[in-house]
Design a protein around this ligand. Structure first.
Ligand code: PLP
Length: 347
């Protein structure tokens, strides 16, 4: 693998973080509509939320153009990524993905015995779909695609991905993680959900943590063929980890299009501000279709982490292709000003 994430030394001093730009959260959430739904539903928390869960699943199924049997809920999409990895790879096999990519599903697959076939991204950091297809062999149990990708923020053309998924899912299931898809502005973006109605063996993961601003509320879902979900359900129950209040918050936030539009707009403004300042300082970033931006830096990643942490700023640092990079989440404009000021000081 060509990516290594850096962490602060365990013994290093840890000043209080006042500007948290490390986990790609939405600084504007949760929407007021969701907060009100949580307050209202908390009183009913003595009950299991079977009916309300079914109502939410109906609503999600309608939005995705599938039946309720195509949907499985989880406390965040992480839960569903991990369940998929556990069930599919408990007897070994290999998983094909891009490198760099989001590692949750792959790490769990590796932990239970899978081999990771990492396929380097293309020069523009999009998925090398041709090379990924060529990497598939008789032991491949899943192809994992994260689009837009993390930690790169890059986008793979929706049209090309649709063609790839449509063809290649005849050979092996394809898991498409669309955590950031609603934040992609100005690219050829499309959900792979349309393939489900065509009976293709694709799995779409979506989360309420990003555009909906509810990372701490924990709601996500996957949409897949009912037979695929049955395989997961046989071993581990989907939806059991989602709380009554989270279900209500998710339901309310889906209707709150104004909040989603506002997040998209403010995220885009923060990105333009960051781009302008990175340009001014001579940093070359990867164009981002998400709520974070990654760029090469001129000091070891560990040093950047230590210097930023000393200023109360949390970011992420990686080595990619043996060079140090900083990944910064897009916060409010004020938070971006703090980050830009700090970057100026430490560079
Ligand atoms: N997928 C991607 C690509 C992510 O970046 C994240 C979180 O950062 C997740 C999934 C998991 O998010 P959650 O478990 O909050 O839905």
């Amino acid at each position: 693998p060509m990516v290594r994430e850096h962490y602060l030394d365990a013994a290093a001093p840890r000043p209080k973080i006042t500007t948290k730009l490390s986990s790609n959260e939405n600084p504007y959430g949760p929407p007021m509509s969701a907060q009100e739904a949580i307050a209202e539903s908390a009183k009913r928390g003595n009950r299991y939320a079977w009916q309300e869960m079914a109502d939410l699943i109906d609503k999600i199924a309608k939005k995705e153009g599938v039946t309720p049997e195509h949907i499985m809920m989880g406390p965040g999409s992480s839960d569903l990524l991990e369940k998929t990895a556990l069930v599919l790879f408990m007897d070994g096999g290999n998983i094909v993905s891009a490198d760099p990519c989001y590692m949750s599903l792959i790490n769990v697959a590796k932990s239970v015995g899978a081999t990771w076939k990492a396929v380097p991204c293309k020069d523009d950091w999009s998925h090398d779909l041709k090379a990924m297809e060529a990497a598939i062999d008789k032991d491949t149990k899943l192809v994992y695609i994260c689009n837009p990708n993390n930690p790169t923020g890059s986008l793979t053309s929706g049209k090309e991905l649709l063609d790839f998924c449509s063809r290649v899912s005849e050979k092996v299931p394809i898991f498409v993680d669309e955590a950031y898809i609603e934040l992609a502005v100005g690219g050829d973006t499309q959900s792979m959900n349309t393939l489900l109605a065509q009976n293709k063996n694709v799995i779409i993961a979506r989360t309420f943590s990003k555009i909906m601003g509810m990372a701490g509320i924990r709601v996500g879902y996957m949409a897949a063929q009912p037979e695929f979900l049955k395989k997961i359900q046989k071993i581990t129950r989907g939806g059991m980890g989602v709380s009554y209040t989270s279900i209500f918050a998710a339901n309310a936030s889906m209707d709150d299009l104004a909040f989603q539009d506002n997040t998209r707009k403010l995220n885009h403004e923060a990105k333009q501000y960051l781009y302008a300042n990175l340009d001014r300082m001579g940093y070359k970033y990867i164009p981002s279709y998400t709520n974070f931006v990654i760029f090469p830096i001129n000091m070891p990643g560990k040093d950047l982490l230590a210097k930023m942490t000393a200023k109360g700023i949390a970011v992420k640092a990686y080595d990619i292709q043996d060079k140090p990079w900083c990944r910064v989440s897009l916060g409010t404009l004020d938070e971006m000003k703090v980050f830009v000021g700090a970057l100026q000081e430490v560079s």
